[in-house]
Design a protein around this ligand. Structure first.
Ligand code: HEM
Length: 130
């Protein structure tokens, strides 16, 4: 059964035999998984008590690793309990959007460069023709 886990609860479960991990607004009980983790138990223990979304995403975990999360899920994180959390999906979307916009604006300004030269050339022709 899923429940809502507060920041205080998250901070109360940081021991190896009773360990909660917060990833993407969801909370997972990883105590039983620690010994199986290919990256070792230390890295996961180090991510307890706070938002582990960036640490989890930075490793570039596989789809298989993500599928394992389903079996460890215990509930959603209470977003109003004092910890500002990240959403990997939202931040990934934001960075994709930002890079698309950057590309668009750079191509917009790039096409002005030959136009400026053309303008300069005709201005030069106009003033030197007399
Ligand atoms: C509790 C959720 C987690 C699960 C289910 C999980 C699962 C896995 C799995 C299955 C792998 C093998 C490679 C792959 O399939 O991607 C892996 C590798 C790894 N994980 Fe995690 N992981 C979790 C959390 C974390 C966290 C919080 C960290 C913190 C930095 C971390 C760090 C690593 C590292 C460094 C490797 C690479 C190990 C190597 O290739 O030597 N993992 N993890």
């Amino acid at each position: 059964m899923s429940r809502v886990i507060t920041y205080d609860e998250l901070k109360a479960h940081t021991q190896k035999e009773d360990l909660y991990i917060l990833i993407d607004a969801k909370v997972y009980n990883v105590s039983k998984f620690l010994d199986e983790h290919p990256g070792g138990d230390e890295v996961i223990i180090g991510e307890s008590g706070h938002d582990a979304t960036d640490a989890f995403e930075d490793v570039g975990h596989s789809d298989e690793a993500r599928a394992l999360l389903d079996g460890l899920y215990i509930g959603d994180f209470d977003k109003d309990s004092g910890l500002e959390i990240k959403s990997s999906t939202a931040s990934a979307q934001a960075s994709r959007l930002a890079s698309a916009q950057a590309q668009q604006s750079s191509s917009n300004t790039l096409y002005l460069v030959p136009l400026a030269f053309l303008g300069g050339y005709f201005a030069w022709r106009y003033y030197t023709a007399v």
